[in-house]
Ligand binder design. Structure first.
Ligand code: MOS
Length: 694
């Protein structure tokens, strides 16, 4: 290909790694801002109704308390589409935990204490927080998240199911899950006249600046969002959330810089979560394994404030060839906090159901589950008919099967014993779409021979800063240490978010384009020292407008070996192997971490994570990391991720797909299928906790 072969594809360590481990990398809350004061939100203790009055007298009498804010005394915001962002704009309460007031004080501890002294008087109304499949209020949205169509039909799925010699019909559920990134949501905000600066825990600095500007009726250039280092997000920081708005509002109200740092408990209501799902999958097949019908329905919840429908059945439209298909999303809006994106929204819960059903079908057919998937490999996208830009699912399955030692597997469930342990293996496919958004970047040559690249990208722990430096260095034809890539500032211009697995692919396109333009300019100057500030700027909007139509997805195959304690029901994932096909891998070190991180979150989804909402209080009862268990070191035993070489010329100049999300897709099904193989009991409800294992 191009010059890109030198550094891209290598394994350089993270540029900011040393800063992070020595504590000098600065996260949002740590920005020293002179005269900053602290904001503590007061959250609703009722589920639905109105705030009759907020009595801040006792709070204001405490030392160092500057203000008690409520819907009666904060600046007015412009209405925007995301009604969660109308913080303190009305007295209505839409869910338990919503922000109904806030205290501003000289210290964080003082604000916390004063918040508990604020008296809120409510007028309570009846509420509904239960995702009841029998509810008459269930709707079928036309459009769902990421632009997918709500219901899609082709052929005659019902007719094909009635005629199929082999049928699987099964119901699956997945629970409410919470992203819970390591760094809690935090914001520092200050106004200088009509300009606002925000240091934010943020996956999308440019988009946040745009959203905040809209809320305050300001030009985009008046709001600057800075996110130099971010400690994970998993979707919870991929859109502006209420705490960021609260910070900007409070800073405006008290005319002082403010800091907002959510506690772990506060995060559970205020920064989104993954919807629970109630799914049904029906598969019809010929005796040779070829699918004749795929039928997949998912019921999910959203809040009364926001209509968010997760695209859960979308992967069932493109995974396997079928002449007949029915896939539908249904939604029930409840008096609950708003769900939103969490790592692989849609694909993660949807592929648990589909890939479990494929395993059930393999048993119904007496066919090997790897062979069943290979037998249903489509030659083009089954829904759109578009060719795949590249599709190497079969290669992943074959490579994974060989490396895992799948050959010769006895499919009989519940027969392998090792002392008190039952042993089993399972497989599932992974997939994630290739999203790409227009981005802009600038590249500058310095007279010293160094280069600077600026892009409103953000490194949320993925290694994006390092990957973009590799791309820039290769395009400029210099070693990495001569290039500084500056990210994390909305002021660098429009850019994709660090989400939807689109960040590095979208940004690297703009970086590559800007660097090429700069090299061309330098070549024309034939070696003369560049003048101060010589630069080139690029925007990929026009490239994307001309992007040829293809079905673009990454794929993978995951193999799990589990041990199940026949007495306690404990499940241990002894071995997990993921083989992926995701285009060009820019940095093998950070990419492997991304895959392993996704797979680890998949173990967590399979065995641990579930947020329980108590209908009596309309509240998540296990809203901390003691009650909401996330896989820890001891839960992760043998785990390995690798990939096959995949060249795809229909992506972007670097040839990269996304790798942030595909790793969590399919993991839970591979583990559930292995638990079936070990015990003979099917696991159709996540997480697979002790009481569910027989
Ligand atoms: Mo990811 S859920 O798109 O940040």
């Amino acid at each position: 290909m191009t010059t890109l072969d030198k550094v891209v594809g290598g394994a350089p360590v993270r540029i900011e790694g040393r800063d992070k481990v020595t504590g000098t990398a600065r996260y949002a809350y740590e920005y020293p801002v002179p005269d900053a004061v602290y904001v503590w939100p007061v959250q609703s203790t009722i589920v639905r109704g109105r705030v009759r009055s907020v009595d801040g007298a006792a709070a204001l009498a405490l030392p160092g308390v500057i203000a008690v804010l409520d819907s009666g005394n904060v600046p007015r915001l412009r209405p925007v589409q995301d009604a969660e962002l109308a913080v303190l704009q009305s007295a209505n309460v839409a869910y338990r935990g919503q922000i109904v007031a806030a205290v501003v004080a000289n210290t964080l501890e003082g604000a916390c204490e004063a918040a508990s002294a604020v008296r809120v008087d409510y007028e309570e109304e009846e509420y509904d927080v239960v995702l009841d499949p029998g509810s008459p209020r269930i709707t079928s949205p036309e459009k769902v998240n990421a632009g997918f169509t709500g219901t899609v039909d082709w052929g005659d799925a019902e007719g094909a199911l009635a005629a199929a010699p082999v049928v699987v019909d099964a119901a699956y559920t997945t629970p409410t899950e919470h992203a819970s990134p390591m760094e809690p949501h935090a914001t520092v905000a200050f106004w200088e006249g009509e300009t606002l600066t925000i240091y934010n825990a943020d996956q999308a600095p440019w988009m946040s600046a745009t959203a905040i500007a809209q809320l305050f009726g300001l030009p985009e250039s008046a709001v600057s969002v800075v996110a130099d280092h971010v400690g994970g997000g998993f979707g919870s920081k991929a859109a502006t959330r209420p705490p960021t708005v609260l910070a900007a509002l409070a800073a405006r109200a008290v005319r002082r810089p403010v800091k907002v740092a959510l506690t772990r408990q506060q995060m559970f209501a205020l920064v989104s979560y993954r919807t629970p799902t109630v799914q049904r999958v029906r598969l019809g097949a010929e005796r040779d394994g070829r699918l004749t019908a795929v039928w997949h329905d998912a019921l999910q919840q959203s809040s009364k404030l926001v209509e968010y429908t997760e695209q859960t059945v979308s992967p069932s439209r493109m995974m396997y060839a079928t002449p007949n298909s029915h896939t539908a999303h249904r939604l029930l809006r409840l008096d609950v906090p708003s769900p939103s994106w969490m790592r692989a929204p849609g694909e993660a819960p949807g592929m648990f159901a589909l890939e479990s059903a494929m395993d059930e079908l393999a048993y119904a057919l007496g066919m090997d589950p790897v062979q069943l998937r290979i037998a249903n490999e489509p030659s083009a996208d089954p829904e759109s008919g578009l060719p795949f830009s590249s599709r190497n699912l079969v290669a992943c399955l074959r490579e994974g099967a060989a490396r895992f030692g799948w050959a010769g597997r006895d499919p009989t469930p519940g027969v392998r014993e090792d002392g008190r342990w039952l042993v089993g293996t399972g497989v599932a496919s992974s997939t994630y779409p290739v999203y790409t958004r227009a981005s802009t970047a600038a590249a500058y040559a310095e007279p010293t021979g160094r280069f600077v690249v600026e892009i409103a990208a953000v490194d949320i722990g993925t290694g994006a800063r390092t990957a973009l430096t590799q791309v820039a260095a290769d395009e400029l034809g210099v070693p990495m240490d001569r290039v500084t890539v500056r990210v994390g500032r909305s002021a660098f211009g429009p850019a994709a978010l660090a989400g939807g697995s689109m960040g590095t692919a979208s940004w690297s396109w703009a970086v590559s384009k800007a660097c090429r333009a700069l090299v061309k300019d330098l070549d024309e100057r034939s070696g003369l020292v560049p003048p101060e500030g010589l630069g080139a700027w690029a925007d990929t909007a026009e490239d994307l407008a001309e992007w040829k139509r293809f079905s673009r997805h990454s794929f993978g195959a995951q193999f799990a070996e589990v041990r199940v304690d026949r007495d306690s029901g404990q499940v241990r994932v002894e071995r997990l192997l993921g083989i992926f096909a995701a285009g060009r891998i820019i940095n093998s070190r950070t990419a492997r971490s991304q895959f392993l991180g996704g797979m680890t979150m998949g173990i967590s989804m399979a065995l641990h994570e579930a947020l329980e909402l108590d209908p009596r209080f309309g509240d998540f009862v296990n809203h901390d990391l003691a009650g909401y268990h996330i896989a820890a070191n001891a839960d992760v035993r043998g785990i390995e991720a690798d990939w096959i070489d995949e060249q795809d010329d229909e992506l972007n100049p670097v040839g990269a797909k996304g790798i942030g999300e595909v790793g969590i897709v399919g993991t839970a099904a591979a583990i559930a299928n292995a638990v079936f193989h070990a015990t003979g009991f099917r696991q159709r409800d996540l997480p697979i906790t002790l009481e569910r294992v027989r």
